[in-house]
Write a protein that binds this ligand. Structure first.
Ligand SMILES: NC(=O)c1ccc[n+]([C@@H]2O[C@H](COP(=O)([O-])OP(=O)(O)OC[C@H]3O[C@@H](n4cnc5c(N)ncnc54)[C@H](OP(=O)(O)O)[C@@H]3O)[C@@H](O)[C@H]2O)c1
Length: 298
């Protein structure tokens, strides 16, 4: 018997429903697979349903069940449609979908795509589904939040010169601050729902497979040191199933939290700032509302 937390520690999840975003590949796919294996009913929310269906076919759902639904978390319209169509309780929402260091692109909502996918998506989807959620919101961040900066004057990335690295770091810091304020609001309203943050260390997935040049070369070189993709999903599974305090930050226990088995870690000081978290929430809500008004008036 080892004290390392693995999928064998997952409880029986029969009768529980989880939504996993970005579930067609990588950590989201593994998370969906393990939840279904533990008996849960899993909705794989994916941007490409064909790819999602193909991935779902390889999941053994004899214990639980798997359903694939279309959701583009970088689109506020897609999130609104998904939220409006949902009925029934959700045990846990897993905000997993993410992109990293992609070429510059602005979404239909006028938001830089990494910020739209990694931060505005979790914010808007969580708010849209919150009335249905009974137990957890787990949002997947990154140790790179430590290099991020809160940019309240330019949350959508319209004003500054695009830097693919810092756009990612900023979006992952914002997700942590979002979790701080979400937890505060949940507690204030007397809700039993808990908001958690998980990070996979550095896991062997497709996240940076498009990156070439020196960064791509270094990533290739580092592969033997990285977390296996299966282990990268463990912090998420731990965060959604273990009885830990709201707003816990769960990541691998190894050196530098790069690989290993999940345990509660400490995020950066900047990611634990309640006043900044509240200001970020208000600024984001104002932007999301404004985008909706713009869309309605066109
Ligand atoms: N791997 C790591 O080392 C690492 C480290 C820190 C944090 N993370 C975080 O872990 C999460 C999972 O990443 P991963 O490593 O598993 O990468 P991945 O293999 O690239 O998987 C990411 C998934 O997100 C989906 N996705 C991207 N944009 C989407 C959108 N607009 N709407 C819906 N789904 C979307 C992708 O869809 P397609 O399948 O259609 O491409 C893909 O299935 C991300 O939030 C990432 O930032 C990963």
């Amino acid at each position: 018997m080892t004290d390392k937390w693995t999928v064998d520690n997952l409880p029986d999840l029969a009768g529980k429903t989880y939504i996993v975003t970005g579930a067609a590949a990588g950590i989201g796919l593994i998370t969906s697979r393990e939840l279904a294996r533990a008996g849960a009913d899993v909705v794989m929310a994916v941007r490409d349903p064909k790819k999602g269906q193909a991935a779902a076919q390889n999941i053994d759902s004899t214990q639980g069940s798997i359903e694939v639904q279309q959701l583009d978390v970088s689109s506020l319209a897609s999130i609104r449609a998904f939220g409006a169509a949902w009925s029934g309780p959700i045990t846990g929402l897993i905000n997993n979908a993410g992109i990293m260091m992609v070429p510059h692109r602005v979404t239909d909502d006028g938001i830089e795509s990494q910020m739209a996918t990694n931060y505005f998506g979790p914010f808007a989807l969580t708010n849209a589904l919150l009335p249905h959620i009974t137990d957890r919101v787990v949002s997947v961040s990154s140790q790179l939040h430590r290099q991020g900066r809160l940019r309240l004057d330019d949350l959508t990335g319209e004003k500054r010169r695009y830097n693919p690295w810092f756009a990612y770091c900023d979006s992952k810091l914002d997700v942590l601050l979002f979790s701080v304020e979400l937890q505060r609001r949940l507690e204030k309203s007397g809700s039993a729902v808990r908001s958690m943050i998980a990070h996979p260390g550095i896991a062997k997935t497709n996240l940076v497979s498009h990156v070439g040049g020196v960064s791509g070369w270094l990533n290739g070189l580092a592969q033997p040191l990285l977390n296996e993709a299966d282990n990268g999903a463990l912090p998420t599974l731990f965060a959604l199933s273990e009885d830990i305090p709201g707003n816990s930050y769960v990541g691998p226990d190894g050196f530098g939290s790069i690989r290993g088995y999940p345990r509660v870690r400490k995020p950066s000081r900047a990611a634990r700032h309640p006043r900044r978290a509240a200001a970020l929430w208000d600024a984001t809500a104002a932007i999301v509302d404004q985008k909706r008004m713009n869309r309605l008036s066109t």
